[in-house]
Design a protein around this ligand. Structure first.
Ligand SMILES: *Cc1c(COP(=O)(O)O)cnc(C)c1O
Length: 377
């Protein structure tokens, strides 16, 4: 009865990552230095634009917003169906997250709904690339241009995803990525901001290190500033050498992770496509690298019961995400988001990570469809 648990998500760490960390430990330069400089260079090469590494994806979003001047009183349009991090990154700047509805099919921010929520205070839109999909990005950018808004992409799910053959992060205004333990690549924790905006880059380099002017360059040479000026609120949000060493190895392995994730998601699609009571969220895996694999269950199917049955079979599942506009901090009686409120109770996330194999996906699909058939027909 001792069954292997099929985890919802997990990191994939091998000997190379372990060796890279050991090397940093042996050098005894643990903070931000050469490894971070190298990882940043590799990421910049990957995206063909400047990448700035920070301590996690949440701070990537928070600092990116600060770097483009989002401040107290400003409003930022953001889909409610996202990780709490998107909302907290906005409110950390004193700005107000304005929860928006999503498109039924793509589950990406609905521009027609966002349009209705624009006020004089709206400064920015934060699209969230849920599960790796990006929706109609041209429409999002056209809307931003029409209303004079900045775009800070929450691309935490979309590392490696392409839109019209262009890598997310390689174009557009500002893209923010997360390298937390379960993302498409990890650096332990970690994240980065990618942009062409020189002013934002220069601001980010300082505010990740308490706002100390030009400290980033010194740290890269294993030095630090003793005399300096500070003009802005900064944070201790830099990346460490230990993290960057893991990240560099993971970036080299990304192509294999990507193929694995795509193939597993395609296998789920073809196994579940014709099952009753299940609705798939369509993604084109030629261009999308899936971070999670959510499906929708018919309203008549009890998600709780299905999760319970699967858990007994050793299968972890998740719910991405509890809508942020329902949280006390962000709630308002004036906000109603019919699509989000309709779809959220139907969402169920199935296991997806590069350590899964075909047989395990087969097993998950079998147990899921069996549980539905036995209880809801
Ligand atoms: C993971 C994630 C973040 C935040 O990244 P951390 O590295 O965990 O801080 C932000 N938004 C979304 C949608 C995420 O999934």
């Amino acid at each position: 009865m001792d069954k292997k648990i099929i985890r919802l998500s997990k990191s994939r760490i091998g000997d190379q990552e372990k060796k890279a960390v050991l090397k940093v430990l042996e050098n005894e330069f643990l903070g931000m230095g050469e490894e971070v400089k190298t990882f940043e260079k590799e990421l910049s090469h990957f995206f063909k634009r400047q990448a700035i590494c920070v301590v996690n994806g949440t701070s990537a979003l928070q600092l990116a917003l600060q770097a483009i001047g989002i401040k107290s009183g400003d409003e930022v349009l953001v889909p409610s169906l996202t990780y709490l991090a998107s909302f907290q990154a906005i409110s950390a700047n004193g700005a107000k997250p304005i929860p928006c509805d999503i498109d039924q099919e793509s589950l990406i921010i609905d521009i027609n709904d966002a349009k209705k929520r624009v006020t004089k205070k709206t400064k920015c839109i934060m699209p969230v690339f849920y599960s790796g999909g990006v929706g109609n990005l041209d429409k999002i950018y056209k809307f931003a241009t029409d209303f004079g808004l900045r775009v800070v992409e929450d691309a935490a799910h979309a590392f490696g995803t392409k839109y019209k053959n262009k890598l997310i992060g390689s174009f557009g205004d500002i893209s923010c990525f997360s390298f937390d333990g379960i993302k498409n690549i990890t650096s332990g924790e970690g994240g980065c901001v990618v942009t062409n905006d020189k002013k934002a880059i220069s601001a980010l380099k300082d505010i990740r290190l308490l706002g100390i002017e030009n400290d980033s360059e010194k740290r890269f040479e294993n030095k630090r500033s003793w005399f300096f000026d500070v003009k802005e609120q900064g944070w201790r949000c830099h990346m460490s050498n230990i993290m960057a060493a893991i990240g560099s190895v993971q970036l080299k392995r990304f192509e294999t992770f990507s193929i694995k994730r795509k193939n597993l998601a395609k296998q789920y699609d073809s196994n579940l496509y014709s099952e009753s009571h299940i609705k798939l969220i369509f993604r084109d895996y030629k261009s999308v690298v899936p971070h999670i694999y959510p499906i929708r269950l018919d309203k008549m199917v009890s998600r709780d019961l299905i999760r319970e049955i699967l858990a007994k079979k050793g299968i972890q599942t998740g719910i991405h995400y509890y809508p942020n506009h329902l949280l006390s901090k962000y709630r308002s009686k004036f906000i109603s988001l019919p699509v989000t409120e309709k779809i959220f109770p139907e969402l169920l996330t199935l296991p997806l990570h590069p350590d899964l194999d075909d047989k395990e996906v087969e097993y998950v699909c079998e147990e899921l469809t069996k549980a539905i058939k036995q209880n809801f027909n």
